[in-house]
Design a protein around this ligand. Sequence first.
Ligand SMILES: C[S@@+](CC[C@H](N)C(=O)[O-])C[C@H]1O[C@@H](n2cnc3c(N)ncnc32)[C@H](O)[C@@H]1O
Length: 393
Amino acid sequence: MFPILTLKPDREKSVLNFHPWIFTGAVKHLASEAVHGDLIAVQTHQKKLLGYGFYDAHSQIVCRMVEISPQPIAPQASYWAEKLKQAYQIRQNFVTSPATTAYRLLHAEGDFLSGVIIDIYGKVAVMQLLIKGTQKIAPDLIAGLQALGFEHIYLKNKEITQRLEGIEQSSGWLTAPFEAPLQVLENGLKFEIEVEKGQKTGFFIDQRDNRQLLKQYAEGKKILNTFSYTGGFSVYALAGQAREVVSVDISKDAIAMCEKNIALNFGENAPHQAIAEDCFDFLKNTQPDEFDIIILDPPAFAKNKRAVANASRGYMSLNELGIRRVKKGGLVFTFSCSGNIDRDLFRKIVFTASAESGRKVRILHQLTQPADHPINIYHPEGEYLKGLVLQVE
Ligand SMILES: C[S@@+](CC[C@H](N)C(=O)[O-])C[C@H]1O[C@@H](n2cnc3c(N)ncnc32)[C@H](O)[C@@H]1O
């Protein structure tokens, strides 16, 4: 039926503890017929079934488990549709409302389905395949999404992932395309989403709760939103009655979308300025008493473990700049979305940046990803978004 992977003696513990990754060092034997991307059965050296996962022939993580159970399964269409249904139900219970129509429906390991991400924008579902194995189940996932009422499904595969994983299918509409423009609501605020051209699946859904927190502090404040992308934090700042907001991003397209989103919510005369510039340069030229609140939400600097040292230096200098520039008594909202920089390391980086600045700093809030980006408790690697709200004397 399935090619079988047999673990070395005593190497089943982490699977029994529900950790979904099996590393090459734990493998005693793998059936020779197994092909990269196959769904394989995993057993102990005593031939006790542990579950099933996707085989990866090119990675140290040789298998990503999707089912950890001693019961045999028949992973047909209904099996995958059921996983989607469960994830959907959780979002219905804890995340969505008429005021929030953009959310993550499926968060890979966080929803016990390694290698698949699905984001929802109203009636549009955007699916991202991160490992080869998921390509085979894509038709079942599409059927599952349609059964949940999503009429427009877009596949957004990163070119680099396609190349490394050997995924043949490129980005494109899998069903009837959605006729642009696509508008969603987040906490009652309007955003236009460019699924095809935008970064990630079109929007940084993961900052929803943190944007809402900024709104609470925004009244009467002058706010600098660095790495603003399409203006998520800026829209919330203005909704919270900020006196003035400046958005900065290096991407001209993102800045154009940011201006569009501001106009969509507040008309043409909102107290907002959008600037296409490098944020490090912009911060260096900012006066120390200009902004009451500064948001630092850079892209992931550490894309892999080897990049951690350089990335740490990047986060350090960015945070030092932000802390030095913010007005006395002001706030810095600082984030890292690098999965390879954990919560403790991020805190140490911000500590060092604070010490270098010579200013007194309090942590007011410790932030993370929202409920639609759940973390499988047995897979702490899934906690990728970290944030701190600093009050600076
Ligand atoms: C994590 S996203 C920010 C998401 C945004 N905070 C939101 O809520 O939608 C990072 C952004 O940084 C921008 N970026 C990357 N390097 C930059 C740089 N050196 N200066 C300015 N922007 C940069 C990217 O274009 C991207 O829009």
